[in-house]
Design a protein around this ligand. Sequence first.
Ligand code: OSB
Ligand code: MG
Length: 373
Amino acid sequence: MSLRLSRLQLREVRMPLKAPFATSFGVFLLRRILIVRAFDASGACGYGECTAAAEPFFNAETIETAWHVTSEFIGPLLAQRRPGGAAEVTAALAPIREHRMAKAGVETAIWDLEAKLQGAPLWRHLGGTRTSIDCGVSIGLQSTPEALVETVARELASGYQRIKIKIKPGADIALVEAVRDRFPDITLSVDANSAYALERDLPLMKALDRHRLLMIEQPLAAGDLVDHAKLQRELATPICLDESIVDATSLRHALELGSCRIVNIKLGRVGGHAEARAIQEMARAAGVPAWCGGMLESGIGRAHNIAMATQAGFSLPGDVSASARYFSEDIIDPPVTVSSTGTIAAPSGPGIGYAVDEARLESLTVRRAEIAL
Ligand code: OSB
Ligand code: MG
């Protein structure tokens, strides 16, 4: 049965974070999130989340660019091309260059809708095989090494299987040393969000290399696969690419050059489930571990991440953690919870498998738009 899309509903919700989340490129205090609902002619609907931030510091998109591109271009293209299934949406939107987070908000909503129409859990509909996913945490920059060590201790006690800490120039080796001194054997990684330069920072990278890290995530500029390849040749620690991988082609280039040995996959960064599925399949075929990254998502984006991470290529714990780490109240009910062994069970209900709390969504909404298809 072919999909009959009838309209999109966009809304911006504002969700304060429980604690500031600091990275090398800035601090998140509040998430401004574009939530997309895709309706079909029967009135059924699916939910998606656009993970663009308020500022263009992680990548070039913002919630404002996503709102504009979704209403002015994605909606009209869908109305014109009328994709007959979720797997056709990426091709239908191909005339729009880039703007992958905007596309992913819509594309993932259509996957949820299609899975719901078929009465199937989205994770199974995507071809997922894992009945539970392995979870790690991403810990933002802390004011002191002591504060960081305390936070790490708390997350380990909750059961998380892997600790990732954010680093930036001037707040790097001392943080890693402090965590390693206290926890010599934990699975530990660092994420630089492109804050380093090969020429200036090779000595620092070599110092990090001595700490048995699982990976060093995105040390250099997003566009610089060549310098990542040069750096990887100097290090025993695998480099993991996040910002650099925007589609399956960029992973192919990275693998051909030797720019990474691990890949972080984010639905928004790559434009949705179809591309994410292709990337994890390419990684699996190449023997390169993949894991699910995060963008401080609300429960809707989090549920999509869980579905994505059930696919076979996702062989390392991801940055998918409990709703309660970020928000005092989520927009799904019940919120995402993590077991004492650091796992999340794949849900059994249709679509994303978590009920959206419509009343709460409504109360957090600061603007909305309807797009007829
Ligand atoms: O680089 O992985 C990143 C958050 C915002 C932007 C970029 C990143 C992150 C995280 C947090 O590391 C992941 C999460 O817990 O959602
Ligand atoms: Mg990252």
